[in-house]
Design a protein around this ligand. Structure first.
Ligand SMILES: NC(=O)C1=CN([C@@H]2O[C@H](COP(=O)(O)OP(=O)(O)OC[C@H]3O[C@@H](n4cnc5c(N)ncnc54)[C@H](O)[C@@H]3O)[C@@H](O)[C@H]2O)[C@@H](O)CC1
Ligand SMILES: Nc1ncnc2c1ncn2[C@@H]1O[C@H](COP(=O)(O)OP(=O)(O)O)[C@@H](O)[C@H]1O
Ligand SMILES: [Mg+2]
Length: 281
């Protein structure tokens, strides 16, 4: 039986964790963002900055070599690891234990990257968010769905969702297919859209925040960073997804009276996170 839940401030406050006065960066979660390829390092910059700006203690980005200076310059607070290859990721290799991983923004679909992604999925046990080209690679290799750990969070926009589950003929069928997919592979699907729904098996959460200002390049990459950050801070997967989607949308609701719809860009999501958090206090 399907349960529908509206995500509003009251629902969010049931699970929202305030920062402890005696916390420190070592226990605030360490997020790893894996992504980027030549020309699409910006996606990782946005994701990893968003992870830091949502309370994560430490953030590391894993990018192809060409992304090293770009990420370090864009956001010096983020640590950077690089692949051996210059323009794409070919071997995902890191020497620490992150609390959560976000993979896919800007990663591209090079054959080498697909192989590296498969190797990663075979061994990964860390809570995971998969977005963008990570999803597109999965869609091209549907047998890999079986490698996903339970409660992995997938964040498709409608086209990415279609590539994952196939076409639908009505809204109703879209939900049926996504719920079946979530049940079959035990994954959480953030169905991005206007509005965004979060599918956790037969529970469907409908978000109440957000507006068309979010229809701008990189806004999904920012969302990936935010959700990965909350996962790293110890939120349950579904709660990380719900809180992430809610705050992401709220930034646009807060900003639009100042920016208008047209001049709002993905960096404005990050800029308005502070006010979004304050509105929960
Ligand atoms: N600055 C950067 O580095 C950026 C990198 N990006 C990366 O670029 C790669 C490609 O991502 P894209 O999403 O652009 O490309 P995709 O080819 O995956 O998706 C674009 C297609 O989906 C359709 N689509 C998107 N949103 C839709 C919606 N709400 N309803 C219906 N159709 C929709 C579009 O019309 C288009 O046909 C990803 O790895 C992504 O992370 C993008 O996020 C843009 C910014
Ligand atoms: N008209 C809209 N109303 C509300 N939210 C929107 C609207 N258009 C886009 N969004 C949100 O913006 C984000 C877009 O993500 P995505 O398409 O992956 O962007 P990108 O890949 O460029 O980073 C999603 O969270 C989506 O819900
Ligand atoms: Mg995207």
């Amino acid at each position: 039986m399907i349960t529908s839940v509206s995500i509003d401030k009251r629902e969010i406050l049931k699970h929202y964790q305030k920062i402890a006065v005696d916390t420190h960066k070592g226990i605030q979660g360490h997020a790893l963002i894996i992504g980027g390829s030549y020309g699409k390092i910006g996606a990782v910059c946005l994701s990893s900055k968003a992870a830091l700006k949502t309370g994560c203690g430490l953030v590391t980005a894993f990018v192809p070599k060409c992304g090293y200076e770009i990420v370090q310059t864009f956001i010096p607070e983020v640590m950077v690891l690089t692949d051996v290859k210059k323009k794409c990721i070919s071997n995902i290799n890191f020497d620490f234990k992150p609390n959560a991983i976000g993979i896919g923004p800007g990663i591209g679909q090079d054959e080498l990257t697909q192989k590296a992604f498969l190797k990663f999925l075979k061994t990964n046990e860390t809570p995971l968010v998969i977005d963008a080209d990570g999803l597109n690679i999965l869609s091209q290799n549907k047998t890999w769905f079986l490698l996903l750990q339970p409660k992995t969070i997938l964040t498709p926009h409608p086209k990415e969702l279609e590539r994952l589950i196939g076409k639908w003929n009505s809204e109703e069928e879209k939900f049926e297919k996504t719920i079946s997919f979530s049940l079959q592979y035990h994954v959480i699907v953030v169905m991005k859209g206007a509005p965004t729904h979060i599918i956790d098996g037969e529970t469907v959460y409908k978000n109440a925040t957000g507006n068309p200002a979010l229809a701008t390049a990189g806004s999904g990459d920012v969302l990936t960073g935010i959700i990965t950050s909350f996962l790293a801070q110890g939120y349950e997967s579904v709660q990380a997804a719900i809180l992430g989607v809610f705050l992401h949308g709220l930034t646009a609701d807060i900003a639009v009276p100042k920016t208008g719809f047209q001049s709002f860009i993905a960096s404005d999501i990050i800029e308005n996170l502070g006010e979004a958090f304050l509105s929960l206090e």
